[in-house]
Design a protein around this ligand. Structure first.
Ligand SMILES: [Zn+2]
Length: 120
């Protein structure tokens, strides 16, 4: 079997969700657990969240962000719990699939522009 873009994206998504390599292999089908691990390693996906939860899990801070991670800001930058999404980013995009869809959605609804007409 070959790694199509679609399968790679699927792998990234599942890996990002913290699924085990064997779970991912099963989900993708027609691929071994070792192949999943090898592919993930080549994609640089090794730094995934541990399935064991420590304290409150949060996304990435700016320091932890890499080019392959979603840079979608979550929360208020003024607050301490502000962080970045940090999920695996789409190819050639700064965001994960979910956030890319928000960031690049067609402008269906124009935001009301509340400029004040304060002429003179
Ligand atoms: Zn994201």
């Amino acid at each position: 079997m070959s790694w199509t873009d679609e399968r790679i994206e699927h792998l990234k998504t599942l890996w990002g969700q913290g699924k085990s390599a064997s779970d991912i292999a099963e989900e993708l089908g027609d691929v071994s657990r070792n192949a999943v691990i090898g592919k993930a390693h080549r994609l640089g996906l090794s730094g995934r969240p541990s399935p064991i939860k420590k304290k409150a899990t949060r996304g990435a801070t700016i320091l932890a962000l890499t080019e392959r991670m979603c840079k979608w800001p979550v929360g208020d930058p003024k607050h301490q719990d502000f962080h970045f999404c940090g999920r695996p980013a789409q190819l050639s995009m700064p965001y994960c699939a979910e956030h890319a869809a928000i960031a690049y959605q067609p402008a269906s609804k124009k935001r009301p522009d509340d400029r004040k007409a304060s002429a003179g």
